[in-house]
Design a protein around this ligand. Sequence first.
Ligand SMILES: [Zn+2]
Length: 156
Amino acid sequence: MAIAAVAVGAAAVLPIFSPAPAHARPETAGLDPVLATAYSRAAAAAHAEGVPLSITSGRRTRAEQKQLWRNGLATYGSPGAARRWVLPPNESTHVTGDAIDVGPRAGATWLEVNGFRWGLCRTFDNEWWHFEVATVPGMRCPPMWADAAARQRGNF
Ligand SMILES: [Zn+2]
């Protein structure tokens, strides 16, 4: 477990996560360490069962996300339609390192069933590939949002 207890000031003891767990997979570079650790453990379990699972898109730079947003605008024709599938850089959880897209489909299905063991949840009904840390490990995942735009609006 990549957790260390560190004394801060006189009394407070805070758990902190090491920025680069030794067992983290290279494809987790730039991700929040909690997500990187959760995914690395989930992938090891999937692979031990013979299930293919890998990250197809993890942390993105603002420039990368800006290009994806532009592509989305061109593809879907309006910001409202595009936002169902891609968010601008200042809203995307990929830019903050808090989201992963995974594949292939069999691996994503496995992760949707088993990911809660590490706190990983599919978060959008329209994106079978998108996962975030969204629960306490071992607890049920919250209901999915219809899409990324619905979450930004704050309604299902
Ligand atoms: Zn995604």
